[in-house]
Design a protein around this ligand. Sequence first.
Ligand code: GLV
Length: 313
Amino acid sequence: MNCLVTRRLPSSVIARLEAECEVDLYTGAEAIPREELLARVAGKDALICLLTDRIDAGVLEAAGPRLKIVADVAVGYNNIDVAAARARGVEVTNTPDVLTNACADFTWALILAVTRRLGEGERVVRAGRWAGWGLDYMLGMELRGKQLGIVGVGRISQAVMDKAPAFGMSVAYHTRSPREIPGATPMGLDQLLATSDIVSLHCPMTPETHHLINQQALTKMKRSAYLINTSRGPVVDEAALVWALQQRLIAGAALDVYEEEPKVHPGLLELENALLIPHLASATTETRTAMADLAVSNVIAVLAGRPAVTPVP
Ligand code: GLV
């Protein structure tokens, strides 16, 4: 058995995989180039990939009939054509649960950073532009007594909601499939946008959620509200967001994800009220190691003829 791994993983995790099968590890610092992916996946039994790799019918075709599993080292698996994989009998797995805590903590980091203008403050200090303490200098928004509006309910957003009482926030949520969440209020998207002080996006990237937050949605938000996106970039129409931030139709936005990563809309780069982070939500040593480990567990299970540990739904 052999497995292509498209990015360096922690050595302890690779060692565990090497004990079970032959490993072809791409060691480049950036995403494996498409041509190289197509060439190296040929004849493999398993593929461990990252969200920066587009695994479509072309890649599956190039892999050939031995391929049994595509294990994504990510919870969001919109980079994989799951239907095409299933049509070929290829299992697809992702890495849920192990990153929930890191991503929920990080969402709060973004909420706190954008409402307290930490990016802006740091830029001022580093540029030597700080003229001294001022009573009305760089004021932000307090969280206590405000409403957190969650779009998309899953493990991560529930962990985000769990921490809301610590900041004195009430919680509203919008989800496609109706469900009860104790202590939180379900709302239609329009009502959630119109009443929330923080709107935090947690939905998967699907054709239905593409540009869910567009010009129309942004105009429904409070002028004092902040948008947080840790889901996937294309859930937000970046051009519309630039416009809304420029017009001060919302107070600010904190983004961890972008429509065309690693490109960022040039308009965002000009805006002081945009906090821009390079897709780091799950980026702790503990969590990234656990994600890689889970992907390897999935491969080992499937190659041994056992069910995958975390197949995608
Ligand atoms: C990161 O964005 C992930 O889906 O794991």
